[in-house]
Design a protein around this ligand. Structure first.
Ligand code: PRP
Length: 208
């Protein structure tokens, strides 16, 4: 019998797509999980255990080895730079990271302020284009910042573009493409290689 494999899955908007992908890849998973509020799900038939985490926390579980593999957004991986192997682009939950602000506005010349929940991505981006900026870290509803004068620009995820539009903001710069990735703990990847490779090859077949 294989040793148990723990998979960290993101809760929230990525969950349903990621979960469906695992079902399509042939995993025997219960349908009602999507509705449940349980945070740990044992699948004895597959000898798999799922842990359901905040998207930002998936790489934390995987880096620490309490999850062998996980599904994480490229945004989170770029932001956190954790020691995990990125095994496969699942090409789901596609979106991009962009800067945005009020229309027809320049950034403050002396002290431009950027509101974001991605301080590292934002800092690296502006450093890369030679702009010295002050980063204001927020945890959500980032689009409020330019509207109420907290920041000149935001750096955030754009998916449909609806949130920007409804808040009267426009996109300025496209910073990075984002999609969900399969990641692995480096030790698990060595110790449970055959098992992890099997999952990678099953998922690869259904990546669109
Ligand atoms: C994300 C992101 C934007 C929105 C973009 O927020 O921060 O606000 O989705 O999606 P759209 O382009 O389809 O409108 P999320 O829903 O994760 O909530 P948050 O504000 O708490 O970050």
């Amino acid at each position: 019998m294989n040793s148990e494999l723990t998979i960290a899955m993101p809760k929230g908007r990525i969950f349903e797509e990621a979960f469906q992908m695992l079902i399509d890849a042939g995993f025997q998973l219960p349908e009602e999980v999507e509705m449940s509020r349980k945070l740990m799900i044992e699948i004895p038939e597959e000898n798999i255990r799922f842990i359901l985490a905040k998207p930002m926390d998936v790489p934390v579980y995987v880096e620490h080895g309490v999850a062998d593999i996980g599904i994480a957004g490229k945004d989170v991986l770029l932001e956190q730079q954790r020691i995990v192997h990125e095994l496969l682009d699942l090409k789901i939950s596609k979106c991009h990271i962009a800067s945005a602000g009020l229309p027809n506005t320049e950034m403050d010349e002396i002290a431009p302020r950027i509101a974001t929940k991605y301080p590292n991505i934002a800092m690296n981006y502006y450093k890369g284009i030679g702009e010295q900026v002050e980063i204001i870290e927020l945890n959500g509803s980032i689009e409020l910042a330019p509207m109420i004068g907290l920041a000149d620009r935001i750096v955030d995820i754009v998916s449909t573009g609806r949130t920007l539009k409804e808040n009267g903001l426009v996109e300025y710069e496209h910073i990075a493409d984002v999609s969900s990735r399969l990641i692995a703990n480096p030790v698990s990847y060595r110790m449970k290689n055959a098992r992890i490779q099997e999952i990678v090859s099953r998922l690869k077949k259904i990546v669109k």
